[in-house]
Design a protein around this ligand. Structure first.
Ligand code: ARG
Length: 268
């Protein structure tokens, strides 16, 4: 009897501990930019992102999520009378988190043209046309495009992204030695600079942003591989929020705010 009781207490303690850890792991990373008080009658939404994707999604010194995506969504919210709080997750966790109601929207430079994603979430109108590109060290003389990747090379991308799909495809067809699928693009860049990997497949504007900020280290090679367009995602069937986002997006495009934010994040 005593033993069973003790086991029970021990089990409870273990369960409480596991729950605490699980709760800590759910939403980590950037804190809120906006503060969470919704004392007014303004709607407040929770947006999730993955912040190793500058200039769309990154963090400031205090760990807040900042970037073109956040500024654009804040402008849409201002236009439509809602505020947004941003939290960071790993990229492959974004859609599952939205599907299970842990967030209201995804603001993460996410390709909206992907049918597998469209089956799980609803996308806003697209707000940025993009594409994938091969990124290598600036002094690399062998890789001048995707056709130069060979069966002895390691190529990286971020987990759950369109770039990772591309890298896995190259691996499956035997064109490269290893598909290195990493949690963050920052890690991929470090591995490239260390010489652990030969190339990264990444979104062109993100590659260009890195090259602009740290000139002379990396370069993009070859043609743009796949065209894609980014949209904001909401839960399937959340027409109310989707309407607000689409209306607000059109308004901020019409009133010049979109262009201002574009200049701020892409032309400075
Ligand atoms: N555009 C790519 C995709 O949709 C990569 C997006 C990565 N975004 C991020 N916040 N890390 O899969």
């Amino acid at each position: 009897m005593k033993l069973m009781e003790w086991n029970g207490i021990k089990l409870m303690k273990v369960l409480v501990f596991i729950m605490a850890i699980a709760m800590m792991m759910v939403l980590v990373g950037c804190g809120s930019n906006e503060g969470t008080d919704d004392s007014s009658d303004t709607d407040s939404y929770l947006a999730i992102t993955e912040p190793t994707f500058a200039p769309f999604d990154t963090t400031d010194e205090d760990g807040n999520c900042i970037g073109f995506d956040m500024d654009l969504m804040d402008a849409i919210g201002e236009d439509q009378g809602f505020t947004v709080e941003y939290k960071a997750l790993e990229f492959d966790a974004l859609i599952p988190a939205l599907e299970t109601g842990q967030a209201d929207m995804i603001t993460a430079g996410m390709n909206a043209m992907d049918p597998a994603r469209q089956a799980k979430v609803d996308f806003s109108q697209t707000y940025y046309d993009s594409g994938l590109v091969v990124l290598v060290n600036d002094d690399n003389e062998t890789i001048n495009g995707i056709e130069d990747l060979t069966a002895d090379m390691k190529v990286a991308s971020q987990i759950g992204t369109t770039g990772a799909d591309e890298v896995l495809e190259l691996y499956e067809e035997g064109s490269i030695e290893e598909a290195v699928i990493l949690n963050g693009f920052n890690t991929a860049v470090l591995q490239l600079q260390n010489g652990d990997i030969d190339a990264i497949i990444i979104d062109l504007p993100v590659a260009n942003d890195f090259i602009k900020k740290q000139p002379g280290k990396l370069k993009t090679v070859g043609e743009v591989l796949n065209a894609e367009s980014y949209g904001f995602a909401v839960q399937k069937g959340d027409e109310e929020l989707l309407d607000k986002i689409n209306t607000g997006l059109n308004n901020v495009i019409d009133n010049g705010t979109y262009d201002e934010l574009y200049t701020k994040w892409f032309e400075n």
